[in-house]
Design a protein. Structure first.
Length: 133
């Protein structure tokens, strides 16, 4: 694995096994060093070869999301209607990218952007973006 990236609470976190790349992460004030990951955190993992990753965690319910953007993930298939914004009755906007296609649950956005497709389910181990206003 070359690097791991996460986005939480409006901030990028990264870690690299490459010492030169890790120094660039540390020296760049736009990034924080990724120290640990929590259940339901979404991650982008860059590997130089195909690998099988074994990640053990406990099953958990998806949390309510804070205001702003969050990269998230899940270890089980879920209906996006269960995702909520913390302290708000407004439904979150949810995006995912699969097979070179963007998907979003915002039908108004889809009407004006035909290349984006609607969806209602997130499959296990898919990463997804959640935006709460």
């Amino acid at each position: 694995i070359e690097s791991i990236w996460q986005y939480k609470a409006g901030q990028w976190f990264a870690y690299s096994t490459d010492t030169v790349r890790q120094e660039l992460i540390i020296d760049n004030s736009d990034y924080q060093t990724l120290i640990s990951a929590s259940i339901n955190d979404g991650s982008w993992i860059f590997a130089d070869t195909a690998q099988m990753l074994s990640i053990f965690n406990e099953e958990s319910e998806l949390k309510e999301y804070n205001s702003g953007w969050t990269l998230s993930g899940t270890s089980k298939d879920i209906d996006i209607d269960i995702l909520k914004c913390k302290d708000s009755d407004i439904k979150p906007t949810i995006w995912k990218f699969y097979n070179n296609i963007w998907f979003v649950n915002d039908l108004d956005y889809i009407e004006s952007n035909q290349e984006v497709k609607p969806f209602s389910m997130i499959s296990r181990y898919e990463g997804f973006w959640v935006k709460c206003d």
